[in-house]
Ligand binder design. Structure first.
Ligand SMILES: Cc1cc2nc3c(=O)[nH]c(=O)nc-3n(C[C@H](O)[C@H](O)[C@H](O)COP(=O)(O)OP(=O)(O)OC[C@H]3O[C@@H](n4cnc5c(N)ncnc54)[C@H](O)[C@@H]3O)c2cc1C
Length: 303
């Protein structure tokens, strides 16, 4: 409840100006964001790779509203793929459909994503598609459906908090999709999304079962130990090897657990955000945990 309220407060431009202009915020920003540049993210991924953890590159920024903005984001993604080839780091790349023009031209978004998928496939790098606010979910799944037939390695994120997700997922059962399962990070109304943790967790478990039975290489993206354990049991129950599914977490969150899971033989990837448009991403991370919110507010007040 507090988290949802915070997501609403955080959309106020005054708060954004206060936060992005404050030097005191550097500590909390640096905890969750690898840096302003692609090279910062590649450095962070090198450190993760040395611990046996893969990366998921995430260029920050969302809701682009014109073709030039979408082109510029697409160019940035292509540059990132080229640098991954040059540096040889172990990472996938995650893209946001609204950054590639989904809000104003689905065809353009598909064209950009197709080019990104082709360049990534040429260096055997995997592409993942983020899932954003509920109003974009159907179009995002359409984009995935169209590209998935040419690029079956592509992975789509889905949100356990959305009431409709099991029905959406079932429409992919014939293609055994590669999916990243997340709880969901946006403030959504009750008629669209479950609000209670117990309800979201129940749906998350239902979707874990679905993915281990009907999906390919499930990506279980959570820091919730109980749900990670549930996925581990699902793997044992379905005879899935530890290396045939992935546990994914966010940069700066539960880093010790990430290392422990690698030590136990699991495949782990960390989502590494970079770029200057970090404000909405940071606010979502702060909303997820009361301790983060308290720390953040104390820093703001002291400033
Ligand atoms: C790899 C990855 C990709 C994601 N992609 C998307 C996406 O495409 N679309 C989308 O809507 N959402 C995405 N998310 C975010 C997701 O929806 C959740 O908002 C986020 O993961 C928090 O939920 P949780 O499952 O960790 O469970 P929670 O119940 O929020 O947390 C469980 C425990 O994890 C720890 N924890 C969780 N978050 C934090 C934090 N910020 N700081 C410190 N500790 C924390 C705490 O110990 C907490 O008790 C992604 C998450 C991950 C890990």
């Amino acid at each position: 409840m507090l988290g949802r309220l915070w997501l609403w407060v955080a959309e106020k431009p005054r708060i954004e100006r206060l936060v992005t202009g404050s030097k005191l915020m550097e500590g909390i920003v640096n905890r969750f964001i690898a840096g302003d540049d692609l090279e910062d993210a590649l450095d962070a991924i090198r450190v993760l790779n040395a611990k046996g953890i893969g990366g998921i590159l995430d260029l920050l920024g969302e809701g682009v509203s014109d073709p030039d903005g979408a082109q510029s984001a697409s160019d940035d993604y292509l540059r990132a793929i080229k640098r991954v080839q040059e540096t040889g780091v172990d990472t996938t790349i995650s893209v946001k459909p609204t950054q590639l023009g989904l809000t104003f031209d689905k065809g353009q978004c598909i064209d950009h994503l197709r080019r990104i998928a082709a360049e990534a496939a040429a260096i055997e790098m995997q592409v993942e598609i983020d899932v954003e606010q509920s109003e974009f979910v159907l179009d995002t799944l359409d984009v995935f459906r169209i590209l998935q037939s040419d690029y079956p390695d592509m992975r789509q994120a889905i949100q356990a908090y959305l009431r409709r997700t099991p029905v959406d997922l079932e429409t992919f059962s014939e293609v055994k999709p590669r999916i990243r399962l997340v709880k969901g990070a946006y403030a959504e109304p009750d008629e669209i999304a479950f609000q209670k943790k117990s309800e979201i967790d129940n749906q998350f478990k239902f979707l874990i079962d679905w993915l281990f039975e009907k999906g390919t290489d499930p990506g279980i993206a959570t820091h919730d130990s109980k749900l990670i354990d549930y996925a581990r049991f699902a793997a044992v129950r379905t005879g899935t090897d530890k290396k045939d599914f992935e546990i994914q977490m966010l940069y700066g969150v539960r880093t010790k657990l990430q290392e422990e899971l690698v030590g136990q033989g699991y495949r782990v990837r960390t989502y590494v955000p970079y770029g200057s448009a970090w404000y909405p991403y940071l606010m979502r991370r702060i909303a997820e945990r009361p301790a983060n919110l308290l720390f953040f507010l104390r820093t703001l007040v002291r400033g």
